[in-house]
Write a protein that binds this ligand. Sequence first.
Ligand code: NAD
Length: 462
Amino acid sequence: MKAHDGMYIDGAWRPADGRDAIDVVNPVDEQVIGRVPAGTALDVDTAVRAARAALPGWAATPPAERAARLAALRDVLVARKDEVAETVTAELGSPLKFSQAVHAAAPIAVAGSYAELTATYAFEEKVGNSVVHHEPVGVVGAITPWNYPLHQIVAKVAPALAAGCTVVLKPAEDTPLTAQLFAEAVHEAGVPAGVFNLVTGLGPVAGQALAEHPGVDLVSFTGSTAVGRRIGALAGAAVKNVALELGGKSANVILPSADLAKAVNVGVANVMSNSGQTCSAWTRMLVHRDQYDEAVALAAEAAAKYGDRIGPVVNAKQRERVRGYIEKGVAEGARIVAGGPEAPQEQGYFVSPTVLADVTEDMTVAQEEIFGPVLSVLRYEDEEDALRIANGTVYGLAGAVWAGEEAEAVAFARRMETGQVDINGGRFNPLAPFGGYKQSGVGRELGAHGLTEYLQTKSLQF
Ligand code: NAD
């Protein structure tokens, strides 16, 4: 794992404009493991100019050639998967096994899916007396978070390149080494100079400069709702395309006919994985009042098993934020049945896997995104009550429904105001559209739906 001290712009590592740097810290032992340059508005401008210059050539490249570059990118990610896993573990703190199984593997699946899709997608279609061409939107400014450092990057860059767009990426401050490794992979895959560019730096400086740059045609942002709102406003003022993947507060609805133990165990695992730092995590478990006590006991037992199996959260600020939420939950009447706000160990940004019982829908912990290993268990009276609680937040990113019969779960899921629902523990699908209803975002990522975000149509009439 090597930290570059420059920016990857126009096919090469170039010296940064300024001298400021960002320390990368390992959240397990709090040691500095690398240093990357903090980009300035000038770095961003240089990168956007390179992306603009490369756009006509890349946009005109036949889809088969773009597919070949994406296949080569997937192959590099396969060849370097151990390095990816080690890098994510070093800067995010996730256990190595999880980094291998998820942080390194998911981007391979997504890059591979776009290699296939690019080769087969109808970039031209006939509609009556028209031929509709699906053309690239242009230069993409991609801004990504730290929680799934490589997946979030690939979920933007792969469809953008597939569409014929060129990209400037500003990755999260906490996980820039994974982004640098990705830039090396793009280079190795033979993607032409200027098609992909990387500027590391602070959100309010480099991120903001990218979002504001007049040479950017589409801003694709994943992160908090607070920053997303600002980026949406900037894009609106400039009449620019924007895609926002924001926060979530998803419900895991366990209907009375469900296999309770399975639903609770999978639900706890879903929240604790990646130390709760998953935007689509089912952080509200909704249980019928007759099964409530049993579900709480099962959840507490399952969470206790995670004790030393999860990694820390990403940084000290996040740890304090998560602890603060647990304390606030207790102050508002919730009952801790596993974990708690105390630090489980001296060193590292660890938070104990925590389950809060007696949570009611009006409490802060039932409404706001915590982004840590904290599950809230809520009680419902009947199905209508469950639906009202499930839909009763500003978010709508994901969710789960469990029932004895699949059809019963599907009928409930159809009434949920959310972008994805897992039925009886359904598996992750890298081709299924991912994105939010309500304040969870605008636009979709992954699969064919993710590709269309980077395309605009031109109709020719005959
Ligand atoms: P964040 O919004 O603070 O940062 C995300 C990115 O935006 C980073 O690269 C950051 O540097 C940049 N940024 C910060 N301020 C900026 C500004 N003023 N202008 C431009 N860019 C700026 O979020 P975070 O703490 O890194 O990530 C956690 C959040 O991301 C959570 O709310 C989580 O739910 C959300 N998230 C959503 C999804 C999704 O797909 N919906 C996926 C992962 C994370």
